[in-house]
Design a protein around this ligand. Sequence first.
Ligand SMILES: CC(C)(COP(=O)(O)OP(=O)(O)OC[C@H]1O[C@@H](n2cnc3c(N)ncnc32)[C@H](O)[C@@H]1OP(=O)(O)O)[C@@H](O)C(=O)NCCC(=O)NCCS
Length: 238
Amino acid sequence: MEAMSPPRPAASDAKARASLLILLWKKFLRNYREDSWGAITKSCKALLSPAFERNVYRVYVRELGHSRFPLPQLDDDLELFLLDPENRCLIDQVEAQAEWLEGHVAARLAAGDICVAVVQGKTLAGFNLITFNDAYIPLLRTTRRFRPNSAWSDHISVSPQFRRRGIAKALRLQVFAELASRGIHKLYGGALSGNRPSLQLARSLGFRELADVTYRKFGFKKSWRCRRCPALPRAPGS
Ligand SMILES: CC(C)(COP(=O)(O)OP(=O)(O)OC[C@H]1O[C@@H](n2cnc3c(N)ncnc32)[C@H](O)[C@@H]1OP(=O)(O)O)[C@@H](O)C(=O)NCCC(=O)NCCS
C-alpha cells in the first residue's frame, strides 16, 4: 500500500506567497533609496506585522466649494497632465513608486479614478491618485465609503530627486480644480501622524485635520480608535 503523502500547498498559494515576497522586496528597495535607516525600521515593522502592528493615521479634508484655485506653477522642464489609462510607460512608473498599486492603476483609471502627474520628459516626477466611492486605506487595513460629492486622495508622491520644487503643491492645485469642475465638494486624505512633510503640505494647502485613527493588531485581535483633532487655525487664503 502506498504511504499517504501530506497534502501539498496549492500552486496558487505558493504564487501568492512569492508575489507577497516580491512586493515586500520592492517596498524595501524603494524605502532604502529614500532613507536607508528608515527602510530598516520599516522592514522590521513589516516583519512583525503578521503578529503586531500599530499605525496612527491622521485624516484631513479640503473643502473645495466654489473656491477659485491659483494656477499651478512649475519649472519650465516640468509638465503637468491627467494620466490616461493607455499611457503604459507612466503607469509603470506610478506603480514603481507605489508598489501596492501594481497591476491596478490602468483599470482604476478606466473605471473613473483620476491621476494627475508631473513629468520631466518621459520621467515621472510625481503623481496624485484620486479615487471615489470605496477607498481601501492600506495603513488602516480598512475600506471606507465616500459620498458621491466627495473624493479620497489615495496617494501623493514625488520622487526624492524632484522634491522641494513645488511639485506636490502643483499636483494638489490641479486636482482641486479638476474635482471642483466635476462638482466634487470635498477631498479627503491622510498620512501617518509622524509624516511631517505630508502633513505640512496638507496644512499649507488649506486641508483641515479631522482625526487621528489608531489601528492596532495584536495576534488575531484588531482594533481601530478614532480621536478628533483639535481645530487648528486655517491657512490664509484657504
Ligand atoms: C510629501 C511630498 C509629496 C512633498 O512633495 P514636494 O514636491 O517635495 O513638496 P512641495 O515642494 O510641493 O512642497 C509644498 C509644501 O509642502 C511642505 N513640505 C514639503 N516637503 C517638506 C519637508 N520635507 N518638510 C516640511 N515641509 C515640507 C511645505 O509646506 C512646502 O511648502 P514650502 O516649500 O513653501 O515650505 C513628498 O515629500 C513625498 O513624496 N513624500 C513621500 C510620500 C508621502 O509621504 N506621501 C504622503 C502620504 S499619502
